[in-house]
Design a protein around this ligand. Sequence first.
Ligand SMILES: Cc1ncc(COP(=O)(O)O)c(C=O)c1O
Length: 373
Amino acid sequence: MKLFDVYSLFDVTPVKAKDVYVYDDAGNKYLDLYGGHAVISVGHSHPHYVENIKSQLDKISFYSNSVKNPLQSVLAEKINEHADLKDYQLFLCSSGAESIENALKLASFHTNKKRVIAFKNSFHGRTSAAVAVTDNHKISSPLNKQQNVTFLKLNDYENLEIELKKGDVCAVIFETIQGVGGLDMPKGDFICYMDRLCKQYGTCLIADEVQSGFSRSGKFFAYQFNNIEPDIITMAKGMGNGFPVGGILINSKIKPSVGLLGTTYGGNHLACIASISVLDILKNQNLQKNASSLESYFKNSIDSMNICKVKGKGLMLGLEFDFEVSELRKKLVYEKRIFTGSSSNKNLIRILPPLTISKKHLNIFFDALKDIL
Ligand SMILES: Cc1ncc(COP(=O)(O)O)c(C=O)c1O
């Protein structure tokens, strides 16, 4: 049977991976500056992570959400400790798009309204409501287009208030650092303005931290560069370091009731232990600090090369050139054996490495760039 051919593939077959390196079936070693799309947070095959998952497998890997699973509460406590939040509740699911679906659904339940405000160049996933709030018509089917969504430009203060005043908006959803869109960021002042206005007009503010969360930006959540309190925070990717885990953090003013949300796989034993292990490693190895200190090292090094502009925060970075980068990315993979990411901005390379990366690895990339350009 053929595979449904929807991905554009590099001709590389990874068979093992260790920390910041991936190895293919011919024994080639690749420096991973892509992290499998910002997923690998604490490094490939981290021994603590692998050990914990193996020993959990020996005990119990899964049971449904019809019984108690204390690991879910351990995970909730640890997220709370890392993010230093007050009064949030955790609901677990298994992917980024699923976290967005649940966030939007909950906002609509809570406010009893149904229009959503999203932003130009946003990416929130490919399922029903998630793709409807994603600014890419090509991946939205007629079914998805039935949703009621208004797209505004980032930092459009005036229209945000005009739209919210209409009184029918259940949620404003935003990325503090746009991922797939190409690392643009709303102004901090605009983020605070959204928070204020949402509170004023009875609309939920959803911070999409699927890509930027779990310390990648140099804060636990990227929105925490600003003093706001979103109603719902979405998470996935780095949360599981490759194990499919997602979740939403829900402000305590939104009350649960039995059956309001639910999923079979969300919060299973293996998913919880994977994410608990990630949080332990982030803390023990001080990886959030590493992400923020490498940001300045990366930016200074690139600035001194004078070849392109750097965008983003922490280890969620974009290099914007004045030409299309697809050939450059191919050369990086096939000649220099370095993985990087693309974005909807064709002139931009994304840098999303494991947070365990160090200066010596980044220097390998800088040398490779100098060589190719
Ligand atoms: C900001 C953001 N939200 C949501 C998603 C969707 O996540 P997933 O691919 O796990 O469904 C992505 C994926 O890239 C993302 O970057």
